[in-house]
Design a protein around this ligand. Structure first.
Ligand SMILES: [Zn+2]
Length: 385
C-alpha cells in the first residue's frame, strides 16, 4: 500500500509493529500487516501484501454477505444517527445532491429522506447493499467506489462515514473527489480516532481496534492534515463515539470544503503512542489464557468474527488445546482458520463439564452465554472477551 505517504509524498517509513490475523482461508486479503509511520510527517498506515483489487474483492464478497441482515437500531444507535444528521444538515439545502460513498447499510440517507431531502444517492461496492437501499428506502443506489462514481451525479455534498480509513492511495482518491465537486462544495468525513483507543480498550488491549481492513490511522491532527495536504480546508470537527451493533468506537468527524490550497504540517504524537502499544503488547493478554495454555484443558472456540481473527493470530489462544472452531453462520461452512475447519455451533452439545467454551464475540455475547447455559445446558467453564 505505502509506496509513498499520501500527505507529504515521502517514501521513508519506520515499522511501529506487526499485526497478524488468523483469517478464514476464503478471505482474499493478506493476514499480516506492518504498521508504519511516515518519517517526514508522522502519518501512520498499515502495509500488507494485499493490493487494492484484493481489498475490493473482499468488500464485494465478504463484508455484506446475504447473512448480514438488516437490524433494528437501538437507542444508542438512533442517537448516533440523529447526531450525524444534525451535523450534516448545517451544511446542506433540501434540494442539494447528496452522495453517500461506501454507504454499506448505513441509515444516514434514510434519515435525511425522512427530513425532506430529495436528491439522495447511495454508492457501494456491494450489490447487496445497493439492492438494500433501492428496495428498503427507494433511494437511488449505484455499484461503485470512491474513485469510480459510474454516473454524472456532480454532488453538492459527499458523505464518507468510516470509509477513509479503508482507502489505498488516499491522495489520488481525494484528487478524484475534487474533480467531482465544484469549488466550495463540502465533504463530511468520520474515521476511528486511534488516539483514544486506550480509553475504550477492553481486556483485549488497544491493538484489537486495529482491524485488518483499516489501512490508515488517524487522530484529529492527521485527519485535518491529510485533507488539507490534498486540497481541502476544514470547516469544523469534533469527537464522538460511533455506535454500531453494540460496538463502540471512538471517532473523529470533520466537514471539509474543496479549495485550491495544499498545505501540511508534521506531528509524531500518534505514531509514538502506537509504538508504545506494540512495545507493551502481551500475547497472553489476560490470566484466563495463561491458565488455558498451562493446563491444556480442551477448548471450544465459538464465534469466528473479527475478535477471533485477532485472538487466534495475536495471542496465545492458538497455543491452547483447541477441540473445534465453531460458528452458527452457514457462510463459514467448508472454510478453515489456522488449518482447522469452522464447524457448526451445534457441536457445543458435545462439550462436557471438563471442557471450556471460549466465546470470541462482543456483539451477542450475552445471548450466546444464555444459549450455552440455558439451551445447551453446558456446565463447564465459559470465558468471554
Ligand atoms: Zn508523510
Amino acid at each position: 500500500m505505502f509506496d509513498y505517504c499520501p500527505v507529504c509524498k515521502s517514501k521513508s517509513f519506520k515499522a511501529l509493529g506487526k499485526l497478524n490475523f488468523a483469517l478464514p482461508d476464503t478471505y482474499p486479503i493478506a493476514s499480516k500487516l506492518t504498521v508504519l509511520q511516515c518519517n517526514k510527517c508522522g502519518f501512520v498506515g498499515s502495509d500488507s501484501l494485499a493490493n487494492k483489487d484484493d481489498y475490493n474483492n473482499y468488500y464485494r464478497q465478504i463484508t455484506y454477505s446475504s447473512n448480514y441482515t438488516a437490524f433494528d437500531l437501538d437507542d444508542d444507535e438512533i442517537q448516533y444517527l440523529d447526531e450525524t444528521i444534525a451535523i450534516i444538515q448545517k451544511h446542506i439545502n433540501t434540494d442539494d445532491k447528496i452522495l453517500d460513498i461506501g454507504c454499506g447499510l448505513s441509515h444516514i440517507l434514510s434519515g435525511l429522506k425522512n427530513n425532506k431531502y430529495k436528491n439522495l444517492y447511495a454508492l457501494d461496492m456491494s450489490k447487496e447493499c445497493v439492492n438494500y437501499f433501492k428496495d428498503t428506502y427507494q433511494i437511488d443506489a449505484i455499484v461503485g467506489a470512491v474513485d469510480n462514481i459510474p454516473c454524472n451525479i456532480k454532488p453538492d455534498f459527499i458523505i464518507l462515514s468510516h470509509i477513509v480509513e479503508h482507502l489505498f492511495e488516499l491522495d489520488k482518491q481525494l484528487q478524484y473527489l475534487k474533480e467531482q465537486l465544484l469549488e466550495g462544495k463540502k465533504i463530511f468525513v468520520e474515521v476511528p480516532d486511534t488516539s483514544r483507543f486506550e480509553e475504550f480498550a477492553t481486556n483485549l488491549g488497544e491493538l484489537s481496534f486495529f482491524y485488518y481492513t483499516h489501512l490508515l490511522h488517524f487522530d484529529e491532527f492527521h485527519l485535518q492534515n491529510v485533507f488539507e495536504a490534498n486540497g481541502f480546508t476544514m470547516l469544523e470537527s469534533g469527537k464522538r463515539v460511533r455506535v454500531e451493533k453494540c460496538v463502540k468506537i471512538p471517532s473523529i468527524w470533520a466537514v471539509f470544503s474543496n479549495v485550491d490550497k495544499y498545505v501540511f504540517k508534521c506531528n509524531f504524537n500518534l505514531a509514538n503512542k502506537i509504538g508504545v502499544w506494540f512495545d507493551d503488547f502481551d500475547s497472553y493478554i489476560f490470566d484466563d489464557l495463561d491458565n488455558l495454555v498451562k493446563t491444556q484443558k480442551p477448548v471450544y472456540v465459538w464465534g469466528m468474527g473479527m475478535h477471533a481473527h485477532f485472538l487466534l493470530g495475536m495471542t496465545k489462544l492458538k497455543d491452547c488445546n483447541i477441540v473445534a472452531l465453531l460458528d452458527k453462520n452457514p457462510d463459514f461452512k467448508g472454510t478453515h482458520i489456522c488449518g482447522m475447519e469452522i464447524l457448526s455451533s451445534d457441536l457445543l452439545y458435545n462439550a462436557t463439564v471438563d471442557d471450556c467454551v471460549f466465546i470470541c464475540a462482543q456483539v451477542n455475547q450475552s445471548s450466546m452465554r444464555f444459549y450455552l447455559t440455558e439451551t445447551v445446558g453446558f456446565k463447564g467453564e465459559i470465558i468471554t472477551i
